[in-house]
Design a protein around this ligand. Structure first.
Ligand code: GRG
Length: 300
C-alpha cells in the first residue's frame, strides 16, 4: 500500500475499538454496556482518520497508529457523554441514538465517561507497538489536549460564557474569545490527533511538525465553523443530534457572531491555508488532503 492510499480501514478500526473495550475488564456489566453504547455508535471517526493520515507523513505503521487512534476516539467519546449530561448541554440524542444518561442513567453516564478516559491512557501506555519514548510523549500530548489547557478548559469557558455572561469578553474581543474557547474545546483534540499521528512514525522530522502544527490548528477551527453552520442550518434527522441548540441556548457561535456569509468566507480562507500547507508535504499528504476535505465538506 502506498502512502497515497489511506492507512485507515474502517472495519479494522471498529474491531480495534471493540478489542480495547473488551480489554477494559469492567467490574460492572451495566457500566460496560454504557461504554459500548457510546463508543460503538456510528461516529464519523474523523479524529482517528486524522491520526492515520498524519502517520502516513512519518511512515508510521498501522500497528503503531491504531492504539493512538483508539485512545483519541476513547477521549472524544468520553467528552461527548459528559457534554450531553443534564449538568452540561442536556442532550437526549447523540450519534442518532439516545444519549448515555437517557439510555442508562446519569451516574452510569458519568462513570462510563470516566472509564473511557482512563481506558484511553491505559491503551496507550501498555501497547507494545510504540516505543517507550513514543508512549510517554503521546500520553503527555493527549493528556494536555484533553485537560484544562485544552478540551476541558474550552468546555469550561463555554459553560461560563452561557451561565456567567457578565464575565464575557467585551464585544470587540468576542471573536478572539470564541476562537480561544474552540481552540480548546474542539481544536485541541484534533491538533493532538494530527501531531500524535506523525509522532507514531519511526523518524519524525522537526520541519514536518512545524508544518503540521498551524495546519492542525486551522483544521480544528474549520471543523468548529462547519459544526456551527450545520447546527444553524440542518435538521434533526440529518444531524443525529439536537439541531440549532447552541443558537437557541443563546450561545455565541461563529454563525451568530459573524453571520452565515462571513462564517462561510472564513471557512474558505481556512480551506485555502490548509490546502496550501498540504501541498508542501508531497505525495504522502494525499490521505490528509482527503480527510481535511471531509472535515470541511461534511454534512453531519
Ligand atoms: C465534557 C470534558 C468535556 C468536554 C466536552 C468536545 C466537547 C467538549 C463537547 C462536544 C460538544 C459538541 C457537539 C461540540 C461541537 C464539536 C464536536 C466535538 C462535535 C462532535 O464531534 P464529531 O462531529 O462527532 O466528530 P462524531 O459523533 O462523528 O464522532
Amino acid at each position: 500500500m502506498t502512502a497515497t492510499t489511506s492507512l485507515f480501514d474502517p472495519a479494522r478500526f471498529e474491531a480495534a475499538l471493540e478489542d480495547a473495550l473488551t480489554a477494559s475488564a469492567s467490574l460492572s456489566p451495566r457500566l460496560f454496556a454504557a461504554m459500548r453504547h457510546a463508543l460503538l455508535a456510528p461516529g464519523k471517526r474523523l479524529r482517528p482518520q486524522l491520526v492515520f493520515a498524519a502517520g502516513a507523513l512519518s511512515q508510521a505503521p498501522v500497528e503503531a497508529l491504531t492504539p493512538f487512534a483508539v485512545a483519541v476516539e476513547l477521549i472524544h467519546t468520553y467528552s461527548l457523554i459528559h457534554d450531553d449530561l443534564p449538568a452540561m448541554d442536556d442532550d437526549a440524542l447523540r450519534r442518532g441514538r439516545p444519549t448515555v444518561h437517557v439510555a442508562f442513567d446519569e451516574a452510569t453516564a458519568i462513570l462510563a465517561g470516566d472509564a473511557l478516559q482512563a481506558l484511553a491512557f491505559e491503551t496507550l501506555a501498555i501497547t507494545p507497538e510504540l516505543t517507550l519514548e513514543q508512549r510517554m510523549r503521546l500520553v503527555g500530548l493527549l493528556a494536555h489536549a484533553a485537560g484544562a489547557g485544552g478540551m476541558v478548559g474550552g468546555q469550561a469557558l463555554d459553560i461560563e460564557a452561557e451561565r456567567f455572561p457578565s464575565t464575557a469578553a467585551p464585544e470587540s474581543d468576542a471573536l478572539t474569545a470564541l476562537e480561544q474557547l474552540h481552540r480548546g474545546k474542539t481544536g485541541a483534540l484534533i491538533e493532538a490527533a494530527v501531531i500524535g499521528g506523525a509522532l507514531c512514525g519511526p523518524k519524525v522530522k522537526r520541519t514536518l511538525l512545524e508544518t503540521l502544527a498551524p495546519l492542525a490548528a486551522q483544521l480544528g477551527l474549520a471543523f468548529q465553523i462547519v459544526d456551527d453552520l450545520l447546527d444553524a442550518t440542518s435538521d434533526a434527522a440529518t444531524l443525529g443530534k439536537t439541531p440549532g441548540k447552541d443558537a437557541r441556548q443563546g450561545k455565541q457561535t461563529f454563525v451568530t457572531l459573524l453571520g452565515e456569509r462571513v462564517a462561510r468566507e472564513r471557512l474558505r480562507t481556512l480551506q485555502r491555508q490548509i490546502d496550501a500547507a498540504i501541498a508542501t508535504l508531497g505525495r504522502d499528504a494525499a490521505p490528509l488532503a482527503t480527510v481535511a476535505r471531509q472535515v470541511i465538506e461534511r454534512d453531519r
